[in-house]
Design a binder for this molecule. Structure first.
Ligand code: TEU
Length: 540
């Protein structure tokens, strides 16, 4: 068990991400909830994770599944009560597991009291909590587009003004230029800290310094100033884990965000690797040769070593399932899920496991009427309007849509995968009869145990946390292999990320090494089986 009082405890931690709506329902309303999470803590403890990041559970009209918050200080009744949250924090803590809350500080719901007040008039004290520009109904201030489609400006006839929203119109952006806004948010964060949370994930945090007149959202002029103030006024010095979501981060920026002086965050989520297989938009597929992915990972590993900290993830609630994306969700599902796990968990940084990843859960190619996500629904409309056929639009959504990750957690082969006794808010993937936690726990060869072993190894061998990074065979199109050296140990990670056998010669340094983990029995030497992966260790 990690002691969260230790400095930088999160460098040794593995964090599990929960999408609360889809994790476990306890009361039969078809929606996951906090008591449901509590009932699954033993499972998470068996896996060995140190903390849980919960996607937003605050009061919300759910236009964007909780990323539209109407009260930051209240739990949405759909998820439970404040008492349930306290019980979750307590029960998780008893198992050595901390709770991370998801802070959405860039925008609120349009149903938040601040926005409803703001709508009452230009002289209302809350009006300046949001970003307004005068104009005419047919002439927005500029052509900025919202992430979920349509313009980023919405007209309010009563005020004769537009408000700015980077996401849906139901998600008006807060005006960070207003010190009162910042102080309200800091006070709210301090209140959650007082409840004993272990840390925070900060949604689209690199957008808070935006300048809509310059058409700049990420990395705006006052961003670093706001981030330092946020740190100082809240979690700075509190030994919490903080991870900022930063789509706009390059290596240099990530170094500043995660600087060892602790002045901003523990780490950020950056998305360079996640953008490599897409063209102009996520709906356009682009081939991604393996060397491109490897070199990108190597640059981040080396770029932050000793002067920053990486987060490691293949999945989250916005991304398609990794076995379907870069693995093989058919014949080699189990083997490819394991190989991808090994490839990621040997790296330096804090690994994140997204619910169901430890089971090798796959994408869910549902028909249009089963789509729940605002982004996918809008994308379908926009792709059709741009001349794509129904089949083309659906293929793009099936490949990249966010609902792939959001189907209910597959606990068992039973009705609704054991997720709910009622009607699930979103359809359960029919493959739960084969892919589920009960089956995984009963099978020592399952993906679950590879994840469990990887988590345990990270705790046991300091090279996982401290080692540097050297990429082997950078141009090999099948094998991802690298060496980590540090703390008197050398770790070799090898993964055949293809469905064909691949040649790989063990480097001399590892001739007398120990196999820490092998996904397909003892490695044969010289030739890797399809999707085979292994970890080797030598100690000086
Ligand atoms: O995501 C940020 C974000 O930019 C995503 O919308 C991303 O661009 C998209 O999924 C890729 O097409 C965060 C949350 O993780 C996401 O769930 C929210 O919808 C979004 O912010 C708004 O709060």
């Amino acid at each position: 068990m990690l002691d969260r009082k230790d400095k930088d405890w999160w460098k040794r931690a593995v964090i599990y991400q929960i999408y609360p709506k889809s994790f476990q329902d306890s009361n039969g309303d078809g929606v996951g909830d906090l008591p449901g999470i509590i009932s699954r803590l033993d499972y998470l403890q068996a896996l060995g994770v140190d903390a849980l990041w919960l996607c937003p559970v605050f009061a919300s009209p759910q236009a964007d599944n909780g990323y539209d918050i109407s009260d930051y200080r209240a739990i949405d009744p759909m998820f439970g009560t404040m008492e349930d949250m306290r019980a979750l924090i307590r029960e998780a803590d008893a198992r050595g597991i901390g709770i991370l809350l998801d802070l959405v500080l860039n925008h609120t719901s349009d149903r938040h009291r601040w926005f409803r007040e703001a709508l009452k008039g230009r002289d209302n004290p809350f009006h300046d909590y949001y970003i307004w520009r005068d104009g005419r109904p047919d002439m927005p201030p500029n052509g900025m587009k919202a992430t979920f489609g349509g313009p980023a400006w919405t007209w309010v006839p009563e005020l004769g003004q537009y408000y700015f929203h980077q996401f849906a119109p139901q998600q008006p952006d807060l005006n960070w230029e207003n010190p009162a806004v910042r102080q309200e948010l800091y006070a709210m964060i301090r209140a959650w800290m007082a409840e004993g949370v272990a840390g925070f994930r900060l949604d689209v945090i690199d957008q808070i310094g935006k300048d809509p007149d310059l058409q700049v959202t990420a990395n705006g002029p006052r961003l670093m100033e706001f981030l330092r103030e946020l740190n100082r006024e809240t979690f700075g010095g509190a030994n919490l884990v903080t991870v900022g979501e930063a789509w706009g981060a390059d290596v240099a920026r990530a170094r500043r965000y995660s600087a060892p002086d602790g002045s901003i965050f523990s780490m950020v989520f950056q998305f360079e690797q996640m953008l490599l297989d897409q063209g102009d938009s996520k709906w356009e597929a682009k081939p991604m040769p393996l060397p491109v992915l490897k070199k990108s990972i190597a640059r981040w590993q080396q770029g932050l070593h000793g002067c920053g900290w990486n987060s490691l993830f293949w999945n989250n609630h916005d991304l398609p399932r990794i076995v379907s994306r870069w693995g093989d969700d058919g014949e080699y599902r189990v083997q490819s899920a394991k190989a991808l796990a090994v490839a990621l968990h040997g790296l330096q940084g804090t690994p994140y496991i997204y619910q169901g990843e430890e089971l090798g859960m796959t994408n869910a190619p549902y028909p249009a009427e089963d789509l729940r996500d605002i982004e996918s629904r809008n994308a379908y409309r926009d792709l059709r309007a741009a001349g794509r056929t129904d089949a083309e639009a659906m293929a793009a959504i099936h490949r990249m849509g966010r609902d792939n990750a959001r189907t209910p957690m597959q606990w068992s082969a039973g009705a609704n995968a054991g997720f709910t006794a009622g009607t699930p808010w979103m359809r359960v993937n029919p493959n739960h009869v084969e892919i589920n936690a009960e089956a995984a726990l009963a099978d020592l060869d399952s993906v679950f145990y590879t994840y469990r072993d990887l988590i345990a190894l990270r705790k046991r061998y300091p090279v996982f946390v401290q080692g540097d990074f050297t990429l082997l065979c950078p141009d090999d199109g099948q094998v991802f292999a690298y060496v980590r050296r540090g703390a008197g140990q050398s770790l070799l990670a090898v993964a055949n990320l293809s469905g064909r056998p691949a040649a790989f010669a063990l480097p001399d340094e590892f001739a007398a090494s120990r196999v820490l983990l092998a996904t397909q029995g003892p490695p044969a030497g010289g030739l890797l089986r399809p999707w085979e992966a292994a970890l080797y260790l030598t100690e000086q």
